[in-house]
Design a protein around this ligand. Structure first.
Ligand code: GTP
Length: 311
């Protein structure tokens, strides 16, 4: 099952972002530290490379991501050409300022702090809901950019003057037309990066539950009083268990799977499960090395079509 979400306004916004690239010195790509691979828009990377602009990858939301995994991702991104990565939480006072120092290093030719003739021009890009507006507000030290816990709150490009020699442009969150890996779509949905109309919460939650049981069994045992690894304990059983424990029942008294799925997603999104990362550089490399699963089972796809009986 593939999830795709590319609302109409993003087509025009992608074109505008592409144009804006030529007038900027550094691309600041904000990523979700819980899934830095899945939340990297390949179109943004393509545009940036074709314009030969350096990238500052900002792994945001580190307050709710696994710190050991974030360290692995920093190492990975910092090994890439023309790329520097930093990790921060916009929710922690003062952390956002790391961005300016790091961006300055990537464009040392734009350093006219005194006369403002060659300001450092930074373009903030990224998928929706990763914290671009929150980062801008933290840098401006006021609430100017519209923040919201819904994907695609920002619809237009906005330019900000950050003081002598520093300009910043905010762009709307951008998705791309086709998410190639189904697990990327599910990670983005679970992390509230994709609009809720593009997927079933029960699918995103089941994927998340399976992954959490595997990667964070202790956290699951503590929060939901389940025994990861026990017979029959999989994503579906975990969500059913949440429904039973929380008294979420349908009209006939059966566990209400959909409401429990939403509860699990809310716990993960709100950081109530502890500091969780959905992928590591290694798990991503392994996933990419696998042949994508066909949407139709291979045997069925290759089966000969039934023949029309001869007249
Ligand atoms: P779009 O306008 O959809 O492109 O979103 P955006 O990337 O501008 O994200 P925004 O700044 O609106 O933040 C989205 C949600 O993430 C909001 O609920 C923020 O409060 C939250 N958020 C931003 N930064 C952090 C962070 O460092 N940690 C946590 N836990 N939440 C954050």
């Amino acid at each position: 099952m593939s999830i795709n979400w590319f609302p109409g306004h993003m087509v025009a916004a992608s074109d505008k972002a592409k144009e804006a690239l030529s007038e900027h010195d550094v691309v600041i790509e904000v990523l979700d530290a819980r899934c830095p691979g899945a939340s990297g828009n390949p179109n943004i990377e393509r545009m940036r490379i074709s314009r030969q602009r350096p990238a500052l990858k900002v792994l945001n939301k580190t307050d709710i991501a696994d710190p050991a995994v974030t360290a692995e991702w920093l190492k990975y991104f910092n090994s890439l050409k023309n790329t520097h990565a930093i990790a921060l939480s916009c929710k922690k006072p003062g952390e956002a300022t790391k961005v300016i120092a790091a961006a300055r290093k990537l464009a040392p030719h734009r350093q006219s702090v005194v006369d403002n003739t060659k300001p450092l021009r930074m373009l903030i890009m990224g998928v929706p809901n990763v914290g671009k507006s929150t980062l801008i507000n933290a840098l401006l030290k006021k609430r100017t950019a519209k923040v919201g816990d819904e994907p695609a709150v920002t619809k237009n490009q906005t330019r900000y003057d950050l003081g002598p020699g520093l300009r910043l442009t905010d762009t709307p969150g951008l998705m791309w037309p086709h998410i190639q890996q189904p697990s990327d779509g599910l990670m983005l949905a679970a992390s509230h990066i994709i609009g809720a109309n593009a997927y079933f919460e029960s699918d995103a939650a089941t994927f998340l539950a399976d992954l959490l049981l595997l990667r964070y069994p202790q956290a699951m045992a503590e929060r939901y009083k389940v025994v990861p690894g026990s017979k029959g304990m999989d994503g579906v059983a975990l969500i059913d268990g949440i429904a039973i424990r929380r008294g979420l029942r349908g009209r006939g008294g059966e566990p209400d799977f959909d409401r429990a799925a939403i509860a699990l997603l809310a716990d993960y999104r709100g950081g109530l499960l502890g500091r969780i990362s959905l992928e590591t550089p290694q798990s991503r490399a392994e996933m990419l090395a696998k042949k994508p699963e066909p949407e139709i089972p291979e045997a069925e796809a290759q089966a000969p079509l039934p023949q029309e009986p001869a007249a």
